[in-house]
Design a protein around this ligand. Structure first.
Ligand SMILES: C[S@@+](CC[C@H](N)C(=O)[O-])C[C@H]1O[C@@H](n2cnc3c(N)ncnc32)[C@H](O)[C@@H]1O
Length: 381
């Protein structure tokens, strides 16, 4: 395969015409890389049956791309919201009727107290029927262990908050949850002082039908994909064989806090309080801790990868991230070169869409090609 050869795997990047494209988009999240980025690397540096590894897998873009290309994948993610997306899209519940049955069962289990708001934010964010449904879902869904429950959880997270009338909530941003006080003020100032009446069962069932209309990705049952919820420094699963490609994007230092940005979704799956704690631990502003975390994760990743594996790391171009990631990667791959090329934003960033007009320094792609001494080098011509 040459660098310019078209991808032989299903294109998940455009439209919703195939099951692969439809499930690829599952999961509003922050700072994702485009699926084409992962697909191109998989096409270039691996063969069918090879293992692809992503220790910071977010909403599961890389393991999903590996799966639809007939590769095996091992991935890990520390944020439960992102993990629910990743684990669902790589292994959705096979039967949409079981998903709809579970949604119906949750609605039937709602008690009067489940509809009682705990805060002004909840009063204005969700109508009582939705709030009751969410409170039962957050305590009943065994999303860690059960594929049907996880699929229901993923669909709740997908539509939890959005622009009217596309979600279960009052008018909100889709991707990132804003501070509750800000939301309350904004709703009151802009005439949104009553949440929309939504029947969560018919709302979600319609979305289940849409998501499953083309089926589920064909290779869901043949590829071995393991996505672990945990810290990659310690919790990365053993791959069936050493990985031939590591494709990943670490958190960027000082840019976003995945816990804070997902606070409402964390609450909705029972992983966070009704009002957020702004500890911003996941913003990685302390550079010493950030370096230690990256060293530990990259060392653990190298331990699961073939010594000659290709590495492709999408990285913030700012010094506080790039200057830390670069030497850690160079140290791991020995005497192979780390090629650095700019990957400028091709469209407005998520932060700029939210009013941040500062010039962005863009991103860098750090590439380490497969070692030329091995058979895998033939894959990269
Ligand atoms: C830049 S995002 C990756 C997004 C991903 N490429 C996608 O397309 O969705 C970095 C991710 O690393 C996760 N993360 C941070 N520290 C981690 C750790 N020690 N182990 C596993 N995941 C971690 C964050 O929660 C975040 O989802």
């Amino acid at each position: 395969m040459t660098d310019s050869a078209p991808s032989p795997t299903p294109d998940c990047g455009i439209g919703f015409a195939t099951a692969e494209a439809r499930w690829a988009r599952l999961g509003p999240y922050y700072a994702m890389f485009p699926i084409r980025f992962a697909q191109d690397a998989i096409d270039r540096y691996t063969d069918p049956g090879d293992v692809v590894l992503d220790p910071f897998c977010g909403r599961g873009t890389a393991p999903y791309a590996a799966m639809v290309a007939g590769r095996d994948a091992v991935a890990c993610e520390i944020n439960p919201v992102a993990w629910v997306y990743a684990a669902t899209k790589t292994a959705p519940a096979p039967d949409p009727d079981t998903v709809k049955d579970r949604i119906g069962a949750i609605a039937e289990a709602v008690e009067a107290e489940d509809r009682e708001p705990e805060s002004e934010f909840q009063t204005l964010a969700f109508c009582p029927t939705v709030l009751g449904f969410l409170n039962v879902a957050r305590r009943e869904l065994c999303w860690r262990y059960d594929a049907t429950d996880r699929t229901v959880a993923a669909l709740i997270l997908q539509y939890l908050h959005s622009k009217l009338p596309q979600g279960l909530s009052n008018q909100m941003r889709h991707c990132r949850a804003m501070a509750p006080d800000y939301c309350v003020r904004w709703w009151n100032d802009n005439g949104y002082d009553t949440p929309p009446e939504v029947d969560p069962v018919s709302f979600l069932n319609t979305r289940v039908d849409w998501r499953y209309r083309k089926g589920i990705p064909e290779r869901s049952h043949s590829s071995s994909v393991t996505v672990t919820l945990g810290d990659s420094a310690t919790d990365l699963a053993d791959p069936p064989a050493p990985a031939r490609l590591v494709v990943t994007s670490p958190p960027y230092s000082g840019v976003t806090d995945y816990g804070v940005d997902s606070w409402l979704r964390l609450w909705a799956i029972g992983e966070g309080p009704a009002l957020p704690k702004w500890d911003t631990k996941q913003k990685h502003v302390g550079l010493a801790r950030y370096r230690t975390m990256l060293e530990a994760v990259f060392a653990a990743t190298a331990g699961k990868a073939h010594p000659d594996a290709a590495w492709l790391v999408r990285c913030d171009a700012r010094e506080r991230t790039l200057d830390i990631v670069m030497p850690i990667l160079a140290g791991i791959v020995g005497d192979r070169d780390v090629e650095v090329s700019p990957a400028p934003f091709s469209r407005p960033t998520q932060t700029s869409l939210y009013g941040d007009r500062a010039t962005k320094p863009g991103e860098m792609d750090l590439l380490v090609r497969p070692a030329a001494t091995t058979a895998s080098a033939n894959r990269c011509r």
